[in-house]
Each structure stands twice: as structure tokens, then as C-alpha cells.
Write a protein that binds this ligand. Structure first.
Ligand code: 6GU
Length: 246
């Protein structure tokens, strides 16, 4: 997968050099290309923002540098990328959207700062590319860079061969299938007793059916405690006859 990121702070993306994503880049599974938006300005101050039409606080990113930057990324390619614009006003970023984006060959992230990017930029490319404005949660960040780090990590770990163990993707909280709308329960490793605290004996029993049942009960219990609104989305058809309200 190819990922282009346009930002006025490309140095924000240093974490993409390390860990799972860094390794995927070294192997060539992931091709990340960073671009400095200010390289497409033409004034001595390299201005990327201006005051909002209609008044109000803050600044808005000017359309011209964005148009030139995006055109330069698209230049010479037959097929365009999906354009993702991080903004708290966007559609929610979910595990489902991460899976959808992980199936794309090419993504372009356009990181806004200040009060956002002049809306004509999204309209302009909306006629040529699939454009999604996406939010990572109900809080406001100072810019889209950290949100893009979040999305690239969530998408990157889903690419074939990035995780050591394909099972860990299907066991994830929110994974479609048995974990849809469920949070993962607690996990344990050796030693069997630590500071007098025992690992739940069922996990040492070797009885795979009982372990799966216990894990599902714990997932339901944790979901009820931390995200009760998700339980409604489980729906009667996804509940088995042993599932119980906890
Ligand atoms: Cl995607 N961007 C910004 N600036 N703030 C956010 C966000 C995105 N998602 C939640 N808050």
C-alpha cells in the first residue's frame, strides 16, 4: 500500500519509522511519502492560512497551496488515491473503516491545522477522487497530524504480513464476526501466581470450549461496564443461548 501525507509538520510522522509500521516500510509492504505543504506556496512567508470569510475566530487554510500539493501527488498516476481529510466534523473512524481503507492500494491524507481547510478543496477533488472527512473521536485536536498517525497505525497493522499472527486481527475488539460490538476481555501470561494473584484457573485447564465461553462472558462483562451503548448493537441474532446480561 502507498500512503501520501501532506502536512505543514511532516516531522510529526517520525513515529512511522519505528515498530510494526517502520518494519512494514522497510519490507516494502508499506510505502509512506511525506510532503511539506509550504513547498507549494509562492510568497516569502510561505503562507498557508488566512482569515475566515464571514468572520469568526481562528484561521482557515488557503485552497491554492492544497490544490498545487494534491495535484503534484496525483501527477502522472493513472488511478487516484482515496483522499482522507482528518477533521472533528468528519464521519467516525471505526475498525470497519480501517478494514475498508486497508483494502485500498493508495491513500492520501491531507492534514489541516487551524479551523480547517477551505471547503472548496474537498469539493474540487470530490469530483475526481473518493473523499472522506474522518474524525477519530469526540474531542478536538490542534491539527490532523496525530489523527493521521492513529489511522495509519490502525490501517497498517491490518495489511497482510504486518502482524505476526493473523488471529490477533480477528480477535480484536470491534472485529467483524464474533467480536463485533464487543470489547476484548482481560489477558494473562506467566507466572501463574503473581503477588498472590492467580490466573483464572479455566485458562490453565486446556479445555478450549470452556475457555472460549469464559472469554466471551468476560468480553460481555467488560462491554457492559465500559461501553453499555454497544450492547444494544449486539442484536438478538448475534447473541448465543449462553450469553447472559452481566
Ligand atoms: Cl481527525 N482532527 C482534529 N483536528 N481533531 C480531531 C480529529 C481530527 N478527530 C477528533 N478530533
Amino acid at each position: 500500500m502507498r500512503i501520501d501525507i501532506i502536512s505543514i509538520f511532516p516531522e510529526y510522522f517520525a513515529p512511522l519509522d519505528v515498530s510494526l509500521i517502520g518494519k512494514a516500510r522497510e519490507r516494502g509492504t508499506l510505502d509512506v511519502r511525506l510532503h511539506q505543504l509550504r513547498d507549494w506556496t509562492h510568497d516569502i512567508h510561505r503562507t498557508v492560512d488566512d482569515t475566515p470569510y464571514g468572520g469568526g475566530p481562528g484561521m482557515v487554510m488557503k485552497p491554492e497551496p492544497w490544490g498545487e500539493a494534491i495535484d503534484a501527488v496525483l501527477a502522472g498516476e493513472a488511478e487516484g488515491p482515496r483522499l482522507i481529510v482528518p477533521t472533528p466534523s468528519g464521519r467516525p473512524f471505526t475498525q470497519g473503516l480501517a478494514l475498508d481503507l486497508a483494502a485500498e492500494p493508495w491513500l492520501l491524507f491531507a492534514c489541516g491545522r487551524y479551523e480547517g481547510i477551505d471547503s472548496r478543496v474537498m469539493a474540487e477533488y470530490g469530483s475526481r477522487l473518493r473523499v472522506d472527512e474522518v474524525s477519530i473521536g469526540d474531542y478536538v485536536l490542534a491539527g490532523g497530524e496525530v489523527a493521521v498517525l492513529v489511522m495509519v497505525e490502525a490501517i497498517g497493522r491490518l495489511l497482510p504480513g504486518v502482524l505476526g499472527n493473523a488471529q490477533s486481527v480477528s480477535d480484536d475488539s470491534f472485529a467483524p464476526g464474533t467480536m463485533a460490538n464487543l470489547l476484548e476481555g482481560p489477558v494473562f501470561t506467566k507466572p501463574p501466581v503473581w503477588r498472590g494473584r492467580e490466573v483464572p484457573p479455566i485458562l490453565l485447564s486446556g479445555h478450549h470450549g470452556k475457555i472460549a465461553r469464559w472469554r466471551r462472558d468476560e468480553a460481555l462483562r467488560r462491554t457492559a461496564a465500559n461501553r453499555p451503548e454497544l450492547l444494544a448493537g449486539l442484536g438478538p441474532e448475534t447473541l448465543d443461548k449462553h450469553d447472559r446480561a452481566v
